[in-house]
Every structure is written in C-alpha cells, then in structure tokens.
Design a protein around this ligand. Structure first.
Ligand SMILES: [Zn+2]
Length: 84
C-alpha cells in the first residue's frame, strides 16, 4: 500500500513537471488558454503536499501508538524493536 502511494506520488511529480512544461510552452506561444493545465497543476500540488503529511501521520509505533518522526529500528518512545 505504501509502495503504491509512493509510486503514485512519483507519477504525480512527473505529471506536475510535464504539465508545467506544457503550460510554459503554451504561454511562450501566446496561448493563454491554460485553465486545464492550471487545474492539473493545482491537483498535483495538493497530492504532492498531502503525501508527506499522510506519511508523517501514518507512521506510528505498533506498540505504543506514538508518531515516529524517524525511520529507525527502535521506537524512540517505548524502545521496542520495530518490525516491518
Ligand atoms: Zn513505541
């Protein structure tokens, strides 16, 4: 599940970059009809911003339930070993 989300995030990053390239080229050509490109970019920004937030809030210790800021082997709160 997390790998799938990470791939989705990477895809969004690629789409976002390509989208801005297309929008930039359109603007350079004097074409200001970029509403769709702008919406796609906005959607991408939302996904790109939400994913790190989701990760930060979903990474919890299975023993004490506290949020884990780092991805170490041991929980900094209760000291138990974290298995994957
Ligand atoms: Zn813990």
């Amino acid at each position: 599940m997390k790998k799938f989300l990470f791939r989705l995030w990477l895809m969004t990053l690629v789409v976002f970059t390509l989208d801005w390239l297309i929008v930039g080229l359109k603007l350079l050509n004097g074409d200001y009809n970029i509403a769709i490109g702008a919406y796609v970019a906005l959607a991408c920004v939302v996904i790109l911003a939400l994913y790190p937030l989701y990760r930060a809030f979903s990474h919890k210790c299975p023993y004490c339930g506290k949020l884990l800021a780092s991805s170490g082997r041991y929980c900094p709160h209760c000291g138990r070993e974290l298995t994957k």
